[in-house]
Structures are given as C-alpha cells and as structure tokens.
Design a protein around this ligand. Structure first.
Ligand SMILES: [Zn+2]
Length: 71
C-alpha cells in the first residue's frame, strides 16, 4: 500500500451530542480521519463526505450532526 499523503486531519464533531461526557462519539460518526497532501486536500475530502468545517473557529460537525446544535 503506497501512501503519498503527508498530512493527517483528525475530525472530532463539536455538536452537543458528541460533546456530552458520556458520548461515544467515536462510534456514532463523530470522529473521522483523513489523509491528504495538505489541509485543504483533507478538508475537501471531509466536505465531500458531509463534514461541516469552520476553520476560523477550529470546529467541525459530522455529517448530519449539525441538527443537534442549539438554535
Ligand atoms: Zn456530533
């Protein structure tokens, strides 16, 4: 297996459900890891799968998790 990527991105969902102390975010889709050539490459992969990423705030939401956010 050839690995050309040199950048790793770990995504931890920041939604209320995943931020609960008892949350099993690693098993409910609140965690993901991407490999790419740089941050933007990883971000595009994550976005393609539905992740919502806010670089300025350094926060992200797993696909479909944003609905848990308080209005
Ligand atoms: Zn979440």
């Amino acid at each position: 297996m050839a690995i050309a990527a040199c950048y790793t991105m770990d995504l931890y969902c920041e939604c209320l459900e995943c931020k609960k102390p008892e949350s099993d975010y690693q098993y409910n889709g609140g965690f993901a890891q991407y490999f790419g050539e740089n941050w933007a490459d990883c971000k595009s992969q994550a976005k393609a799968e539905g992740w919502s990423i806010h670089r300025d705030r350094d926060t992200c939401f797993a696909p479909g998790h944003k609905k848990f956010k308080v209005k």
